[in-house]
Design a protein around this ligand. Structure first.
Ligand code: PLP
Length: 392
């Protein structure tokens, strides 16, 4: 395959070479089961505990026992929400937002269909929630508030400290889906009074198919996957050892280099964004530009269809996205951008560029070189375009 300029890191990231190397022995000679009595298997348990320390460390958690390994971010989200509903069977109200990832959003829709009451908080034009609306909807029936830390499509960061304060004062359980935030911005959970936090390995240069959930000590917890005694009887199922080791090292690497890497990534992102806005007319940034992940830029190209931009980018070897990986492939416009009230002519033509430590100036220059002519051509033939006359 020819070289790809990969700017779709919110969909998934490359496994760091160091992570791959660290995982290998656990897929070959060290294949024992960590629950076994013999040393061959049992010694692996210690390696899992080291990985747990690394996850606790990147989150700034108090204790390693607050970390439970799961199979993915989606499982962590399900564990927090369904587990809490099981812990508080008399409470039937859930609060979330209109811009969650399907891992939370579709779960809430499912729960709504089975009899729960769900409040989906609105967002403004910049993708921000209104804390007064949150204050107004919490009641004694609220079992859990689940609000993402950072949005996967726009990178917009929610004010979780303030949300946590409101939840704490009202005695509500708080979960945050931090799948897009961990590894990109610092965390100090000792200072942040939330109950559950979800993360996923493949968003921070770890492997796919592994995640973790932070459960604050003292939080009521009911397992989601019921089975063996693994993870202190909080998550049944033989551990995905190699991937857990990989996740642990990915967290270590991300924490160690975060400041330097994210400063560089932000610089590249801003360069890309500014150049596109400058060189291509009828473009806009979707979402609050300040309170945003350093790697994400969601740009609306008016009068053109996102899918056709993606195809043209793909022809040039540029991998980007029109939104969440779980909804791209369908032509339904992004629920996130629609909730923000972005004009239809922009929503249709919005592209997410999400960078990582492996992007370079060259990548950005190449994208900036390709895009202006590409967009101009597409606008000439697009049914949404000026020439097509549908939306002008
Ligand atoms: N939550 C957010 C915000 C995400 O971006 C994703 C993945 O795109 C997930 C949850 C799901 O994570 P996983 O793919 O590990 O299930």
């Amino acid at each position: 395959m020819e070289k790809v300029v990969y700017v779709d890191n919110n969909a998934t990231t490359a496994v760091a070479p160091e992570v791959f190397e660290a995982m290998k022995p656990f897929l070959t000679e060290r294949y024992g089961n960590p629950s076994s009595m013999h040393v061959f298997g049992g010694s692996i348990y210690k390696e899992i505990e080291k990985a747990r320390e690394s996850v606790a460390d990147i989150l700034g958690a108090n204790e390693t026992s607050e970390i439970i390994f799961t199979s993915c971010g989606t499982e962590s989200d399900n564990t927090a929400i369904i587990g809490t509903l099981r812990s508080y069977p008399d409470k039937k109200h859930i609060i979330t937002t209109k811009v969650e990832h399907p891992a939370v959003f579709n779960l809430c829709k499912y729960l709504e269909a089975t009899g729960y009451r769900v409040t989906y908080l609105n967002v403004d034009g910049e993708g921000m929630i209104d804390l007064n609306e949150l204050q107004g909807v919490i009641d004694n029936d609220t079992a859990i508030i689940s609000i993402m830390y950072a949005n996967n499509e726009t990178g917009v960061i929610f004010p979780i400290e303030e949300i946590a304060e409101i939840a704490r004062l009202r005695g509500a359980v708080l979960h945050t889906d931090a799948v897009q935030a961990v590894g990109k911005i610092p965390f100090r959970l000792t200072q942040l009074p939330l109950d559950f936090l979800s993360l996923s390995g493949h968003k921070l240069h770890g492997p796919k198919g592994v995640g973790a959930i932070y459960v604050r000590k003292g939080t009521k917890f009911t397992p989601f996957l019921i089975g063996g005694h693994q993870e202190n009887s909080r998550r049944g199922g033989t551990e995905n050892v190699a991937s857990i080791i990989g996740l642990g090292l990915a967290c270590q690497l991300a924490k160690k280099a975060m400041e330097k890497e994210m400063t560089a990534v932000r610089k590249l992102r801003d360069k890309l964004e500014n150049a596109i806005l400058e060189k291509i007319p009828h473009t806009r940034v979707n979402g609050n530009k300040e309170k945003r992940l350093p790697n994400t830029s969601n740009i609306g190209f008016e009068f053109v269809e996102g899918e056709s931009i993606l195809l043209k980018l793909d022809e040039k070897g540029i991998a980007a996205s029109s939104g969440s990986a779980c909804t791209s492939g369908s032509l339904t416009p992004s629920h996130v951008l629609r909730a923000m009230g972005i004009p239809f002519t922009f929503v249709q033509g919005s592209i997410r560029f999400s960078l990582s430590r492996y992007n370079s100036e060259k990548d950005i220059d190449y994208i900036v070189k390709c895009m202006p002519a590409m967009i101009e051509k597409l606008r000439e033939i697009s049914p949404y375009g000026k020439k097509g006359g549908l939306s002008v």
